[in-house]
Write a protein that binds this ligand. Structure first.
Ligand code: MSP
Length: 512
């Protein structure tokens, strides 16, 4: 079985401050990347910044900066975000890097060679904010302004010489490709949207611009710069050292297993990208998952509504694991999801402080006080003990399947339910009473519950890596033990080893 796994986030436009949408795409991808790693995969996880195009050029001009200087500064902000969110990315690519130019040049040359590119003139609507072309029927008039129906962003009229990609020739081939690869686009609702759009027939796509300079020049014709989406999408192979197709990274990790993206950029990933790749004789990725939109109190976040939830502010006030957990729990991946500070606080209190945090704290404290801080020696296991641990081991294949279907939301609910049941087991079996009546039984119960804490912690690791590492080290285990295989290892916890209670993992949030 192929045990390599390549996963990407969208590469971010380095403009403005990182917002919750950026944080969400990144956290989702990181949770999956970390899960695959603890399931024994060699994982390559890529993120980065998308630095060319008119949008960035104009932003730079507004700030009186040269575009490269502007990107150098803002790209750092996004690189810092990867640290703040505790991402496990292997690489951070910038589309202004030399390695990326080589890769885009090669893709362009292959498209020319295959006869998929021709020179003509473009006249039509363009949204700089979306970096996208729109047809007349995709535009609405809003007062004096024309806007794209789908995104609401302003469009402007463009008329200039342009190279075109023969996208129209790819409609049927794409439909066949979707048919042969039924899980290429997920969730299914978005797949249907894409298929309906392609069925209407695709128009050729303008893939170069002449009215500005901030981009990768078209090989042998530097009057043109390459369309920023053809440039940006190629990052996913540039990072694997394409065009060196014999390179170890490329051979091990292409085609990508999963591109995590937001629904607004589905058309680029699910239509243009596979068409470019097929035309360039490169295998398309295996899956594109379009997640939904993060709303604040059911509304789109915007300055004018004053409902922006700043991920950096939240992390400063409540902690990074808390934000990671909340986003994954609250939003069902694929659908839009509303978040709020009140729900974040409730989630921290109910799931983290009162449930998982409390389980760890009360069990470790009890062992510290009553067992000289040592892992107790278990005696005979009873049915109730075995049922408890089998609840997890039997469900493990299902949990793996959930992550492979990107159903993170159900996964997290299952895992927190294990913690709830473990708290109940501890309450019901009352080890504080057993201490007086049956020490051997008390030791067995404590051993079982420690084993549960170990298993639940491993399952929570992809979501809350910092907190779980602390718990794992409290159990006298190390990072090396954070693997799914260790869940089935009933002898991992060594009786006699020292238990350290440590600090409280999740403080309860008092209401204002
Ligand atoms: N540069 C392009 C991606 C190129 S990939 C080859 C881009 N960048 S972006 O910075 O504008 O957006 C990055 C990601 O954030 C996208 O997946 C987008 O869908 C996501 N989000 C932006 N706002 C969002 C929400 N409010 N909610 C959820 N995600 C949204 O697009």
């Amino acid at each position: 079985m192929d045990k390599n796994y390549y996963i990407t986030t969208p590469i971010y436009y380095p403009s403005g401050k990182p917002h919750m949408g950026h944080a969400y795409s990144s956290i989702v991808a990181d949770v999956i990347a970390r899960f695959k790693k603890i399931n024994g995969y060699q994982v390559y996880f890529l993120t980065g910044t998308d630095e060319h195009g008119l949008k960035i050029q104009r932003e730079a001009e507004k700030n009186n900066k040269d575009p490269k200087e502007f990107c150098d500064e803002l790209s750092i902000t996004f690189k810092n975000l990867t640290k703040t969110l505790n991402l496990s990315n292997n690489d951070f690519i910038r589309t202004t890097e030399k390695r990326h130019f080589a890769s885009v040049n090669e893709v362009w040359s292959r498209l020319v060679k295959s006869g998929d590119i021709y020179l003509d003139k473009y006249s039509g609507w363009y949204s700089v904010s979306d970096e996208a072309y729109y047809d007349e029927d995709e535009i609405i008039q809003d007062g004096a302004i024309k806007k794209a129906k789908s995104s609401g962003s302003k469009v402007e009229w463009v008329e200039e010489e342009s190279f075109f990609f023969k996208l129209s020739a790819w409609s049927d081939k794409l439909l066949k490709f979707y048919d042969k690869n039924p899980k290429f686009i997920l969730p299914i609702s978005r797949k249907n949207e894409v298929i309906n759009f392609v069925k209407k027939g695709l128009k050729d796509l303008s893939v170069s611009r002449t009215s500005f300079k901030w981009g990768i020049p078209v090989p042998k014709n530097n009057k043109h710069v390459i369309y920023v989406w053809l440039d940006a999408l190629t990052n996913y192979i540039s990072a694997l050292n394409f065009p060196k197709t014999n390179d170890k990274l490329y051979k091990s990790f292409w085609p990508a297993d999963l591109h995590i993206i937001g629904k607004d950029i589905l058309r680029f990933h699910a239509i243009y990208w596979p068409a470019f790749l097929l035309a360039a004789k490169i295998e398309p990725p295996k899956r594109v998952f379009g997640h939904g939109w993060i709303l604040s109190d059911d509304k789109k976040m915007s300055k004018s509504l004053g409902n922006i939830l700043d991920p950096l502010e939240i992390i400063k006030n409540y902690g990074v694991d808390q934000l990671r957990y909340y986003l994954i729990k609250e939003v069902s991946l694929g659908n839009d999801g509303s978040i709020s500070l009140l729900n974040l606080k409730n989630c921290i209190n109910n799931d983290l402080a009162n449930n998982y945090g409390n389980l760890c704290q009360r069990v470790l404290s009890f062992i510290e006080k009553n067992c000289e801080s040592k892992i107790p020696q278990p005696d005979k296991f009873e049915k109730i003990d075995m049922d408890l641990s089998e609840d997890i081991t039997k469900k493990l294949p299902k949990l793996i399947e959930m992550i492979d279907n990107q159903d993170l939301n159900t996964y997290i609910k299952e895992v927190i339910n294990f913690s709830f049941k473990s708290n109940k087991y501890f309450n019901d079996l009352e080890p504080w009473k057993l201490k007086k009546t049956n020490i051997k039984r008390m030791n067995t119960v404590l051993y079982c519950i420690l084993n549960q804490i170990k298993s639940i912690s491993i399952l929570l690791f992809p979501i809350m890596p910092n907190s779980v590492e602390k718990t794992i080290s409290s159990l006298s285990l190390t990072k090396k033990n954070i693997f799914l295989d260790e869940i089935n290892n009933q002898n991992l916890l060594k009786p006699g080893n020292i238990i350290k209670k440590g600090e409280i993992l999740f403080k309860k949030i008092e209401s204002d």
